[in-house]
Design a protein around this ligand. Structure first.
Ligand code: ADP
Ligand code: ZN
Ligand code: ZN
Length: 703
C-alpha cells in the first residue's frame, strides 16, 4: 500500500546569518503546512537551530538541494503583521544592513532561545484580562497654548513638531492626545519614546498614574530578558495600550498603532551608534506614515533637521513636511532663567570658579536653594603630566590620554577601558613631579567643596556638594538613589556631566552654571554648536521649575556661563532664550556650506590593524565606484578622500572613514544600494587582509 503523497511547501524564512550582507538573509525551508508571512519558526542552520520569521514572497530553493524542514512553529504567537515586516525591510534597506540582523534584533532576545513548549507555558500564564483603560481624570485644565496644540493634533494629519519651552507642559499634551486616541478607538495603541528611560522615571510614573499599570508597558535595554519578552508580547497581542520605550521600541510589534510620540526628539541617543546605525526618530516618522499613526516630535530645542522640516510655507516655498506647534510659555509663568556671563579674559589666570559665580552659589545655598554645575568631562583630570620630561598618561592602546581618577587612584582610558594604578613617579624619567593637567568633574567637586567650606544652609548645617556622572552611577540603582537625594533636598550643589541636564524635574534648582563650555564653540564637528546650545537651554530649563517658590521668595533663576568668548552668537541667543534666532543663524551657515539638512550624508568606516589597510580599503572602494560608474557618482553623489578618525586608534585598532555627500536622499540611497555588493566583494580580497570591520553609517550624527 502506498502512502498518500503529502504536499510540501517551500517557505522563505528570514534568519540572522552572520554575514555582513543585504542578501542571503532569506533562506528556503520545507514545511508540510502553508505558513503565513510573519509566523515565528525555529529552523536548522548548519549544526544549529535558530529563530526565524516566515517572510513574504516565494521561496527560491537552490537547484538540486533537498530543503531542510522547519523544526518548529511558534504558533502560540500571532504572525508579525505586514506593517512590522515592511518597517524592518525598510530599515535594513535604508541603513544598509542585513535584513535578518534587523528583523531578529527587533525581537526580544529571549524569544530566540525558547522552544514552543516553553513559550506556550509562558503564554498560558494569566495576564490581567480586564485591562480596560480607566484613565484617571486629568486634574489640570489645559492652558490656551496646550489646548491649541491638542486641537491641531486632533484635527490635522501631522507629523507634528511640538516646539515647547522646558516646562511648557508638553508631557501633558502627550497624555491628552494618548487619552483621546484610546477613548476614540477601543483597540488603538500608542508608542511613546524617550531618549533614556532611566533618566526619565517621572514620565513612566505620569503615564501609569493616568492610565493604570495594566495598560502601560516599558521596552528598553535596562529590563531583564523575561521582562522584555513579557512587555513585547503585551504590545504584540494588543493587550498593552501604551508602549513606553527607548529607541529600540520603534521596532516593537504594535499592530494597532495610532499615535507615536518622540519626546526630546533632538536627543542624539535616538541614533544607534553601533551595529545597525538607525535613527529611531526618523524611523518613527516613516512608521507613522506607513501604519497610519500620527507622529508628534517634541522638544524645547528641536534638531535643526526637524526645525527645517517644519518651516512654515511662504510665497516661494511650500514649507516643510511637518506641522510646527509652538508653546512658548512655561506653566505657572515661571520665567526662564536670566543669563549671567562671566568674561574669563578678565579673571585671574587658571580661575575655575570665578568670584562672582562663587558668591552667587553661596547666596543660593544660604537661602536653601540648589545649584547645578555642568562640565562635560568626567574623572579628575584628563591627563597626568610630568613637568620634567613632558611624559603624558597616554593609553598604550589608543591615540588618547588615560584619564586620572583620584578616588581610586587609577588612570583609565575612556575609549577602551584600559586601567592602571597611578604611578608614584614618572614612568619616563623617574621624577616624582607628576601632576594632573586640566579638570574633570571629580576635581570640580573637590575644589568646590573646599571653596564653599564654611557656607551653611538656612538650618545652620554645612553645604553638601555631590557629583553625578558615569563614574558615580556605575552600580545598579545608584543613579536613582542619587537623584532621589537631589529631589529630597539633601544636596545643595550638584556637579555633573550632561547626564544631569536631561529631563529631570528638580524643583529647587535655581542656578545652573556651565564652567568651561568653550571647547564646543570651535569644534571641527559642525553639529557641536547645536549640541552645546541645546545642552545649555536644557540645563537652564532645569532651573526655576518651582514657579510658586520663585515668586513667593522673590528669587530669580539664573544660568551662568564662564567663557572666553562672550561675543559668540550662541551667547546672545542664550541670553534671549531665542532658539528661533539660533536656529536661523545655524541653518543659514549650513545652507551656505551645503551641510545637512541641505545635503544628505553617509560615512563608510573601516577599522584595521594599520591605518594603511583601513584607508586602503576605503580608497579601493572609492576607485571601484568610479570605475564601475555607479549611479549618481559625480553629479549627485560626492565621495571624499579617506581620513583617519579624530581618535585614530582605539584598543589597538586603527580607524578611518570616508564621507559621502549628496543633494538628494534618493540618489544617495540608490548609490549606496549599488555600492554595497562592491564593498562586500572587496572585503574578501587579499589586499585588504588585516581589515577588522567596515560599516556604513547613513545620516551620521558625528562626522
Ligand atoms: P514639559 O514636558 O514641557 O517639560 P510638563 O508637561 O512636565 O512640561 O509640565 C511642567 C509642569 O507643569 C508639570 O509639573 C506639570 O504637571 C505642570 N502642568 C502641565 N500642564 C499643566 C496645566 N495645564 N495646568 C497646571 N499645571 C500643568
Ligand atoms: Zn618624566
Ligand atoms: Zn585606550
Amino acid at each position: 500500500m502506498s502512502l498518500p503523497c503529502l504536499p510540501v511547501f517551500h517557505v522563505p524564512v528570514v534568519v540572522h546569518t552572520p554575514v555582513h550582507s543585504a542578501v542571503g538573509a532569506v533562506l528556503s525551508y520545507a514545511c508540510a503546512l502553508q505558513l503565513a508571512p510573519g509566523t515565528l519558526v525555529r529552523v536548522p542552520l548548519g549544526a544549529r537551530e535558530m529563530l526565524g520569521v516566515v517572510w513574504d514572497g516565494l521561496a527560491t530553493p537552490p537547484d538540486g538541494v533537498a530543503l531542510r524542514p522547519i523544526a518548529a512553529v511558534l504558533d502560540g504567537i500571532a504572525p508579525l503583521d505586514g506593517h512590522w515586516r515592511r518597517l524592518v525591510a525598510f530599515a535594513a534597506r535604508y541603513y544598509q544592513r542585513n535584513l535578518g540582523e534587523i528583523a531578529l534584533a527587533a525581537l526580544p532576545p529571549q524569544l530566540r532561545d525558547l522552544q514552543p513548549e516553553q513559550l506556550s507555558r509562558r503564554l498560558r500564564r494569566p495576564a490581567p484580562s480586564d485591562a480596560v483603560v480607566q484613565a484617571a481624570a486629568p486634574r489640570v485644565a489645559l492652558t490656551v497654548e496646550q489646548e491649541a496644540a491638542r486641537a491641531q493634533i486632533a484635527n490635522q494629519a501631522g507629523p507634528f513638531l511640538l516646539f515647547g519651552s522646558t516646562g511648557s507642559g508638553k508631557t501633558e499634551v502627550y497624555l491628552r492626545c494618548v487619552q483621546e486616541m484610546l477613548a476614540a478607538d477601543p483597540s488603538a495603541q500608542a508608542l511613546v519614546m524617550v531618549p533614556e528611560i532611566n533618566l526619565t522615571p517621572q514620565l513612566e510614573e505620569r503615564f501609569t498614574a493616568r492610565f493604570g499599570v495594566a495598560s502601560v508597558v516599558a521596552l528598553h535595554s535596562g529590563m531583564t530578558n523575561p521582562q522584555r519578552l513579557k512587555g513585547w508580547l503585551a504590545a504584540h497581542s494588543g493587550q498593552a495600550r501604551i508602549v513606553l520605550g527607548t529607541r529600540m521600541a520603534v521596532f516593537a510589534s504594535i499592530p494597532q498603532l495610532r499615535l507615536i510620540v518622540v519626546d526630546e526628539e533632538h536627543d542624539p541617543s535616538y541614533k544607534q551608534q553601533e551595529g545597525a546605525r538607525y535613527s529611531a526618530r526618523d524611523l518613527a516618522i516613516w512608521r507613522g506614515r506607513e501604519q497610519g499613526a500620527k507622529v508628534i516630535l517634541g522638544s524645547a530645542t528641536p534638531s535643526l533637521e526637524s526645525w527645517y522640516a517644519s518651516r512654515p510655507a511662504t510665497t516661494d516655498d511650500p514649507g516643510g513636511r511637518y506641522l510646527r506647534l509652538h508653546m512658548p510659555s512655561r506653566i505657572g509663568a515661571g520665567a526662564l532663567p536670566r543669563l549671567r556671563v562671566v568674561n574669563m579674559n578678565h579673571q585671574p589666570r587658571r580661575t575655575v570658579f570665578s568670584a562672582p559665580l562663587l558668591a552667587a552659589l553661596q547666596e543660593r545655598v544660604e537661602r536653601g536653594e540648589q545649584c547645578m554645575i555642568l562640565l562635560n568631562r568626567r574623572g579628575y583630570a584628563p591627563v597626568l603630566h610630568c613637568a620634567d620630561c613632558d611624559w603624558k598618561s597616554d593609553c598604550p592602546h589608543c591615540s588618547a590620554h588615560q584619564v586620572f581618577h583620584k578616588a581610586d587612584r587609577t588612570l583609565r582610558c575612556h575609549h577602551c577601558g584600559f586601567t592602571v594604578r597611578v604611578p608614584w613617579a614618572c614612568p619616563g624619567c623617574g621624577s616624582p613631579d607628576i601632576a594632573p593637567m586640566g579638570r574633570g568633574t571629580e576635581q570640580l567637586e573637590e575644589q568646590l567643596t573646599a571653596l564653599l567650606a564654611g557656607v551653611h544652609r538656612p538650618d545652620g548645617s554645612p553645604v553638601r556638594v555631590a557629583r553625578i556622572d558615569a563614574d558615580t552611577t556605575r552600580a545598579k540603582g545608584a543613579l536613582e538613589a542619587q537623584l532621589a537625594q537631589v529631589h529630597a533636598g539633601e544636596i545643595d550643589v550638584l556637579v555633573g556631566t550632561q547626564m544631569i541636564a536631561k529631563g529631570h524635574d528638580f524643583r529647587r534648582i535655581t542656578l545652573v552654571a556651565a564652567v568651561q563650555p568653550d571647547g564646543a564653540l570651535f569644534s571641527s564637528d559642525f553639529r557641536a554648536p547645536e549640541r552645546l546650545f541645546c545642552l545649555l537651554m536644557q540645563a537652564g530649563g532645569r532651573a526655576g521649575r518651582d514657579a510658586q517658590y520663585i515668586q513667593t521668595q522673590g528669587s530669580r533663576s539664573e544660568m551662568w556661563l564662564q567663557t572666553f568668548h562672550p561675543e559668540h552668537p550662541i551667547v546672545a541667543a542664550l541670553r534671549q532664550h531665542d532658539y528661533t534666532a539660533f536656529a536661523q543663524q545655524q541653518l543659514q551657515e549650513r545652507r551656505d556650506a551645503a551641510m545637512p539638512p541641505f545635503a544628505f550624508q553617509a560615512l563608510v568606516r573601516a577599522d584595521a590593524r594599520t591605518q594603511e589597510v583601513a584607508q586602503g580599503f576605503l580608497s579601493a572602494a572609492s576607485e571601484a565606484a568610479h570605475a564601475l560608474g555607479l549611479p549618481g557618482l559625480g553629479d549627485h553623489v560626492t565621495l571624499y578622500p579617506p581620513v583617519p578618525l579624530a581618535i585614530q586608534r582605539v584598543a589597538n585598532v586603527e580607524r578611518a572613514q570616508m564621507l559621502l555627500e549628496s543633494d538628494s536622499r534618493p540618489a544617495l540611497q540608490h548609490f549606496l544600494a549599488a555600492w554595497q555588493p562592491v564593498l562586500l566583494a572587496l572585503r574578501s580580497q587579499p589586499a585588504h587582509k588585516g581589515l577588522v570591520r567596515w560599516l556604513v553609517d547613513v545620516d551620521p550624527l558625528a562626522i
